[in-house]
Design a binder for this molecule. Structure first.
Ligand code: NDP
Ligand code: GDR
Length: 348
């Protein structure tokens, strides 16, 4: 039987795990690329139950190494590549701009070069981002909205986006760019704001954390469920033509709104006081301080408002999000309550 064979970079990340699950379910043979660290962590693949799947082969690989990229494609005979690997944390990109550029900008270039050299028929998906819109030039943002990135991460991703289009136009490579708005899940890293909030709400509820400290509560994001967004990535590579697509929900809420939602999910109503750096939230029934702003989490430049239009993805790919933000938040809170019960443990 002829398999579809895919390479997923960033297999240890949130999207890598969901996409691996989806492709394995579709009968793909999957090469999951992870980078060497002193203690590699496959907790997401384990939590989804795909870690030991017979059609999943884990391969060691660093995105910044062109030679390794070429050799990987020479040995793994793949038909599709999903480039999900990146230094993906916006906050860190201000402290490590060079590393971010090497991984997040030059990583996709290495893959595209390897495709050009080894097999130009391979279809390529680049994980682009709403962070490229940055200081937004239109509401909602779509495939035709001009870019104005606000972080070294956003700038690096913009390079990845354009180099994908350039290889499409220059060499006829099937390079698709998915401009994905924030997507979250119980598998989201705890440094990102939604998961930081749901994990803290669970721990406050269970009595193992006193106070949650956050940065800018006014930032607005278009948050969807990661499990649905990976389906959109796959559809982009099955389309007749390589193209650029926005995946988003079309709804935007503030970080503060998400905090309220998460605490509500654990049965706590918040009472807000003060503003800006002095803003706090107390338990409305006991007056206990539960949330406070700490300016150390502010970023040197912020993306204030993101809201995307998924109209093109709906029309051409038949893709649309289904999970509401309330359902997503509930799902994340429940997972964190479960994990933190009896003191937690594990990597999550
Ligand atoms: P994660 O941060 O969860 O995962 C990033 C992955 O990249 C990890 O597997 C990480 O490995 C890997 N990685 C980092 N550096 C290297 C390297 N040098 N070589 C090989 N692998 C490396 O991100 P998500 O799963 O959330 O996102 C997937 C992709 O989509 C990223 O490119 C992200 O920038 C982009 N994106 C994400 C959005 C979101 O809301 N989640 C929205 C739009 C775009 P390790 O585990 O070793 O750190
Ligand atoms: P983002 O996600 O920067 O949008 O990038 P993140 O969850 O880190 O921040 C969202 C917003 O929340 C504000 N914020 C805080 N953020 C974090 N992490 N921690 C805090 O304590 C905090 N307090 C307030 C931020 O300032 C920001 O405005 C994510 C990543 O997955 C990227 O890789 C991806 O490209 C984009 O989403 C789309």
């Amino acid at each position: 039987m002829a398999y579809n064979t895919a390479l997923i970079t960033g297999i240890t990340g949130q999207d890598g795990a969901y996409l691996a699950g989806l492709l394995l379910e579709k009968g793909y043979k999957v090469f999951g690329a992870y980078r060497r660290t002193s203690s590699v962590n496959f907790w997401r693949l384990e939590e989804l139950g795909v870690a030991g799947h017979p059609n999943l082969q884990l391969v060691e690989y660093d995105l910044t190494d062109l030679g390794a990229t070429i050799r990987l494609l020479q040995t793994a005979n793949v038909t599709e590549i999903y480039n999900l690997a990146a230094q993906s944390f916006v906050g860190v990109s201000f402290d490590q701009p060079q590393t971010t550029a090497q991984i997040t900008a030059l990583g996709p270039l290495n893959l595209l070069e390897a495709i050009r050299i080894v097999n130009p028929q391979i279809r390529f998906y680049q994980a682009s981002t709403s962070e490229m819109f940055g200081k937004v030039q239109a509401i909602p943002q779509s495939e035709t909205t001009p870019f104005h990135p606000r972080s070294p991460y956003g700038v690096a991703k913009l390079y990845g986006h354009w180099i994908t289009i350039n290889y499409r136009e220059s060499y006829g490579i099937f390079g698709a760019s998915g401009i994905l708005f924030n997507h979250e899940s119980p598998l989201r890293g705890r440094e990102f704001v939604t998961r930081k909030i749901t994990d803290a709400a669970a721990r406050i509820k269970l009595g193992t954390l006193d106070v949650l400290e956050l940065g800018n509560l006014n930032a607005k994001r278009d948050w969807g469920f990661a499990g649905e967004y990976v389906e959109g990535m796959w559809r982009m590579l099955q389309a007749p033509e390589p193209d650029t697509f926005v995946l988003a929900t079309g709804r935007t809420e503030t970080v503060r709104d998400f905090v309220i939602m998460a605490f509500k999910a654990v049965g706590i109503t918040l009472q807000w006081k003060g503003k800006d750096e002095q803003e706090i939230a107390e338990d409305a029934s006991t007056g206990k301080l539960l949330v406070r702003v700490n300016p150390k989490f502010y970023r040197p430049a912020e993306v204030d408002l993101l809201i995307g239009s998924p109209a093109k993805a709906k029309e051409i790919l038949g893709w649309e999000p289904k999970t509401t933000l309330e359902q997503l938040c509930q799902m994340m809170v429940e997972a964190d309550l479960r994990r933190n019960t009896n003191g937690g443990g594990g990597s999550f």
